[in-house]
Design a protein. Structure first.
Length: 231
């Protein structure tokens, strides 16, 4: 299996005490962000009450989004064309300036979601690889479901431990857009530590934790099965 995966999605929810955002404050926040190099969104949408959004669209399907709800801020890069370091710079700008302009005193919880794909080297079909090689389900699905399987895989929930903060929700499945790639999604849920203006680095460190889990733990798990002669 190729050790370098392809990241296609970054997102985070920054959860805070529920509050009504003033449109003028949001407009000022948008202006402030437009002066930065990392968070200068192209457009705004204030048409939905309590769902203000800043967004940019680039190329086919690529989208940057900042969504402001009464109790959280959602930042997302869909079909990402930027590096994780650039997204974290954007996170730093949006979170820090939102605390000032919107009167947010602290973030009480955070979710971190990364999606990426790994290319197989010894197998040509990720669906067969996962269901038959990894899960040993050859000839055990069709007779019962009696329909073809277009996507198959595994799901894990890894609870928080004293050494590893945050619950990890893991999905590993065949990738619809490419038969030879395995799709991986890890969503970290962090609720035990609050983040104030002096602890903003923690918001980014959680991304590093999830990224490391994918590149080291999930890669090693899948790589043990992707060996020649096992198709």
């Amino acid at each position: 299996m190729h050790a370098e995966d392809r990241i296609i999605h970054f997102s985070t929810e920054l959860i805070h005490r529920s509050t009504q955002h003033d449109v003028k404050s949001l407009q000022k926040l948008y202006y402030e962000l437009s002066q930065t190099s990392h968070a200068n969104y192209q457009s705004t949408d204030f048409s939905r009450p309590n769902q203000a959004r800043f967004y940019s669209r680039r190329g086919k399907g690529t989208q940057s989004l900042a969504l402001f709800l009464p109790d959280r801020i959602l930042l997302m890069e869909e079909w990402a064309d930027i590096a994780l370091s650039e997204f974290l710079a954007k996170l730093d700008e949006v979170a820090g300036r939102a605390m000032v302009e919107l009167g947010i005193t602290e973030f009480t919880a955070q979710t971190v979601t990364l999606r990426s794909t790994f290319a197989l080297t010894a197998h040509t079909d990720a669906r067969v690889f996962l269901l038959e090689r990894v899960c040993q389900q050859q000839d055990k699905i069709g007779p019962y479901f009696q329909r073809p399987v277009s996507v198959g895989g595994l799901r894990f929930v890894l609870p928080e431990t004293p050494k590893c903060l945050g619950t990890l929700n893991v999905v590993i499945e065949s990738f619809r857009q490419s038969a030879k790639e395995v799709f991986v999604e890890v969503k970290g849920v962090y609720q035990s530590e609050r983040v104030g203006p002096d602890e903003m680095q923690m918001l980014k460190d959680r991304f590093f934790e999830v990224r490391k889990f994918i590149s080291e733990n999930i890669f090693a798990y899948l790589n043990q099965f992707d060996v020649s002669g096992t198709e």
